[in-house]
Design a protein around this ligand. Sequence first.
Ligand SMILES: C[S@@+](CC[C@H](N)C(=O)[O-])C[C@H]1O[C@@H](n2cnc3c(N)ncnc32)[C@H](O)[C@@H]1O
Length: 242
Amino acid sequence: MHTHQDPHFSRAPLPGHLNGSDWTQQMADIHDRTGYWNSYYSNDPLIRQQPPSQFAAFVAAECAGFPLIVDVGCGNGRDTLFFAQLGHQTLGIDKSSAAIDQSAQKVLDRANAQDHAFLCMNALSLPDASDLVERLSSKKKVIYSRFFLHAITQEEQTAFLDFSFACMQADDMLALEFRTREDASREKVTGSHYRRYIDAEALADQLVQDYPGALEYFTTGTGLAKFRSDDAHVARILVRKV
Ligand SMILES: C[S@@+](CC[C@H](N)C(=O)[O-])C[C@H]1O[C@@H](n2cnc3c(N)ncnc32)[C@H](O)[C@@H]1O
């Protein structure tokens, strides 16, 4: 099985600007959030059978010509499997080992294993994974991330975006779907976990101003990611690297 435990996580390299109690508190928060997702993916057998998301279907139609899909925050691999079944090579990345185990089992059991891989890794470590960045940069790809940005901190988001643009070549795509600020007070059906509601317009501006991105598609609204009574207010962004 092509799984890989994050070599950085347990050693917990200290980012330069964190120290003392800030660092201790942030590490405790990270472990709490990892514990939440491990328990979420280990304890609910029904999530193993989820269909792909509406966003995955949208991206599959928009990005059919891209051989590789890198699914960051892949969760239980429901969308990774969908892309694999459409013939894409896939790489799933998630910090939850339970999620990675489920994803790997799901995809590698049903698809040609040599075209798929999974990494158990925290987004914070991604920009430091220079061999991964180098390997990915030679492939035409989509960096795909659904319901991940709002589940991570601002610092983790910056690490994820730095990593994404470092390994994208010109014309590669970044595909994002996430909960917006307008979603904060709306009904949720999944348990209460860390959610950072995002200013979608500000993020779209940032991708063009601070990164070499060209906005290909931007929309916000409800009806795009409905799950039972949770009709999330989300943003969808497609950005091409220039
Ligand atoms: C809301 S789930 C989304 C899963 C999947 N993309 C989907 O749409 O069903 C968020 C995922 O992000 C992962 N995650 C949260 N923080 C992370 C981090 N710092 N680094 C990597 N993965 C993280 C969680 O383990 C979880 O699987």
